[in-house]
Write a protein that binds this ligand. Structure first.
Ligand code: MG
Ligand code: MG
Length: 257
């Protein structure tokens, strides 16, 4: 079932989104060579709880942490560990969710560890471009296929591929609600979007082939060919025009793109 949110409910989600933005910016600034992924998790969890919110990943279907930390060829759902120490030249996806006053926010970004190759930086930038291309399509009257095609076309134009086995999702009282927000598709096809829908668009872009494998811990997802992957996600509210990015407060769309 798809739940449409009222302006008051979207205002509550905006507060959750703004808090998550602050949390992720602080965790992002803590990324450097020598830091463990568990230290990043603990920082995220402390920031969330200190603000009076709850980490929504912790315990979700048994997930053991508050932050997903996915390094290099790991696409998503990496479990933070004291033994996993960040090394110069890697990239790491930081994916976090929280619930504030009953409303969820979910966002991810990928950051370089120290100095990284130009190709890694391009992968990160293109993944963000994929998000914005998809989000630009997220208007009332458009379709899920409009978003998916925009994401995948942007990846392909850059020589990368869009992972198909994982998706974005509706979000609200629950972290994962309907509809499924595919990262590929055909413009004009699929569910039609309506004002008041709140969704998370989260491109997962591989430098090589998009096929992925699940790791033995039952959570981690890695590219089958071992190529690096990047992830970028925001929670957004759909209206007649361009969407509001609830986890990127103050973002103003440029109308000319
Ligand atoms: Mg997420
Ligand atoms: Mg998500």
């Amino acid at each position: 079932m798809i739940t449409l949110k009222s302006p008051l409910q979207i205002a509550a989600m905006r507060r959750a989104g703004a808090l998550l933005y602050e949390v992720l910016q602080t965790v992002k600034d803590a990324v450097k060579p020598g830091v463990s992924t568990l230290a990043l998790n603990d920082l995220a969890e402390r920031l969330i709880r200190n603000a009076g919110a709850e980490p929504s990943f912790l315990g979700y279907e048994g997930f053991p942490a508050s932050l997903c930390t996915s390094v290099d060829s790991r696409v998503v759902h990496g479990i933070p560990s004291a033994e996993e120490i960040l090394r110069e030249g890697s990239i790491i996806s930081l994916d976090c969710g929280l619930v504030l006053n009953g409303w969820q926010a979910d966002s991810a970004l990928t950051v370089p560890v120290g100095r990284v190759s130009d190709e890694m930086l391009r992968l990160i930038r293109v993944t963000e471009d994929c998000f914005f291309a998809g989000a630009r399509e997220a208007a009332a009257g458009h379709t899920i296929g409009d978003i998916g095609q925009a994401v995948a076309d942007t990846a392909h134009a850059a020589g990368f591929t869009s992972v198909r086995d994982l998706t974005g999702h509706g979000i609200g009282r629950e972290m994962h609600e309907e509809p499924t927000v595919y990262l590929y598709g055909q413009a004009g096809h699929g569910l039609r979007l309506r004002g008041g829908m709140t969704i998370a668009i989260e491109p997962m872009i591989a430098a090589g082939d998009w096929h992925v494998d699940e790791e033995d811990d039952g959570w981690g997802v890695v590219t089958h060919d071992g190529s690096p992957a990047s992830h970028y996600e925001h929670t957004l509210a759909i209206s007649d025009g361009l969407p509001e990015l609830l986890t990127l407060p103050g973002y103003v769309w440029k109308e000319d793109a």
